[in-house]
Design a protein around this ligand. Sequence first.
Ligand code: FAD
Ligand code: NAD
Length: 511
Amino acid sequence: MPDQTNDRTQPDVNKIEDTRDQATFESIARPSDPASDALQETQGTAPSTGIGTHYDAIVLGGGMAGVPLAHRLVYKGFKTALIERAELGGTCLNRGCIPTKTMIASARVAHQAYLSEQWGVETGEVRVHLGRVVDRKDELVRSIRAGSERNVAQNKNLTLIRGNARFVGERRLVVNGEEISAERVFIAVGTRNRVPGIEGLEGVPFLDSTTAMELRVVPPHLVIVGGGHIGVEFAQMYRRFGSDVTVLQSAPYLLPSEDEDITTALREALEAEGIEVVARARARRVEGGEGQVRVTASVDGEDRIYPGTHLMIAAGRVPNTDGLGLEATGVGLDGHGFIRINDCLETTAPGIWALGDVRGGPMFTHTARDDARIIYQNVVKGQDLSIKDRVVPWGVFTDPQLGRVGLSEREARAAGFKLKIGTYEARKVAKARANGETRGLIKVVADASTDRILGAAVLMAEGAELVHEFVTAMQLGARYTDLQDMIHIHPTLAEGLNNALGGVHYEEGLE
Ligand SMILES: Cc1cc2nc3c(=O)[nH]c(=O)nc-3n(C[C@H](O)[C@H](O)[C@H](O)COP(=O)(O)OP(=O)(O)OC[C@H]3O[C@@H](n4cnc5c(N)ncnc54)[C@H](O)[C@@H]3O)c2cc1C
Ligand SMILES: NC(=O)c1ccc[n+]([C@@H]2O[C@H](COP(=O)([O-])OP(=O)(O)OC[C@H]3O[C@@H](n4cnc5c(N)ncnc54)[C@H](O)[C@@H]3O)[C@@H](O)[C@H]2O)c1
């Protein structure tokens, strides 16, 4: 464990209890609290070094991990600098969660309009104006970002430094040519799209998850390399905007860390909308130019060619640790460049923490924000919270949506659990039938020896909302039997969860 003796110099932070949490984008960047302003004026601890400003804390990266942490530290009286080289809000707000989900909402409207006759409604010809879809997305992002920027600006004890930062020593950084230092440094620099080593890629125009949200004309045929979270969400979105879509996925399944029954059900839903999914297809060469691309993929050892008009690469993310000068510190990296941390998010260098995507592991906004909570509680409140054993949910925003929490069946078996499992098909849920949204599968995995819920998958309309029933249960350490008799409103999609719980039974592993 890194040395934490720096904590001796902390301000007396226990005088003001900040119990509010960062539940929404508006609230992650809260206006300054006058009471804590006063506290800080009297309790700043950073000594001057004579080489530039010295802070109690430097937060490096103004994304979903960094901004909430910086606000919290300031509220507790830390003289804090937040360094951001691009826009506040980071990937999630500017290039990730919010813009994708805004455009996916437009795609959903188009889809329902195309199929409206199924509900007995005639709409006439449906036309997607992608430029207007993109404008709507840009406007929402702009307005949320403006709120975040306003709140940072109003927090007069938070110093926002716009620039690219680089370490020049332990807890010493250079930004905009000026050296600054701190008692504690929190690295939250996030990740960027990975460009895989595919022959010819440097000479062929290609889209990534950022540029694919800037197109103003619907691509006639989009070939997507990668069938992970980004690949599946964009595949369905563009199919619904009117593109032909081919997904080339090197793994045997889409979303390969999910159980086979779940990912197969998702694949069937995507294929039913006309998306071509090719599994075990490793893209190895690309050729072409504007409006015409050809991808050569090795499929089960045989080369096959997939032509299209546009190419999108969705083959994972790489951490923004290169060029950060970490060699001037004791901060260790793993083999992929992610920062090595212990369960308390401490790096291998004393007084330096890492949070959010850059620490590897689950890369979600809610885990980034929870990292900020854990660090804050440990560093400021002297607690000993850990990321180990926290209940982590996530969503994949296809239709049906996948809401997930905890272990999959495969992971639970690999961990040595004997399992009780319950499944229920969405098509049997009355409300799903009434809504005409019958694709999907619900699955609950419990420890056969204790009946405690180990994980769940809700692949269903609103699955990412519905899975929170299991998140709550797991957080409270509930048994599946505790939920079985819980009354669910009729008719709702949530009744399906109850049915899955009702069918939980002991299941031998396949091996
Ligand atoms: C297309 C897409 C869709 C996504 N959808 C979802 C979703 O629906 N739900 C979900 O939970 N997650 C989603 N994610 C993941 C989510 O965006 C990330 O988990 C989250 O943004 C991580 O936050 P972070 O603060 O760790 O990093 P970021 O948000 O990436 O923030 C890091 C910040 O650090 C800055 N920075 C980097 N290097 C430096 C430097 N040297 N000096 C100064 N500043 C620097 C960057 O400019 C950036 O603003 C999605 C991601 C993508 C790409
Ligand atoms: N809804 C969400 O929460 C959400 C949405 C989007 C992104 N994200 C985050 O962003 C991360 C990155 O997403 P992603 O989809 O880029 O990465 P990913 O790692 O989830 O998936 C990439 C896929 O690309 C495939 N691949 C790699 N090289 C290939 C090649 N040459 N040919 C064919 N297939 C190839 C891999 O098999 C892999 O399954 C996610 O892990 C997630 O943390 C989250």
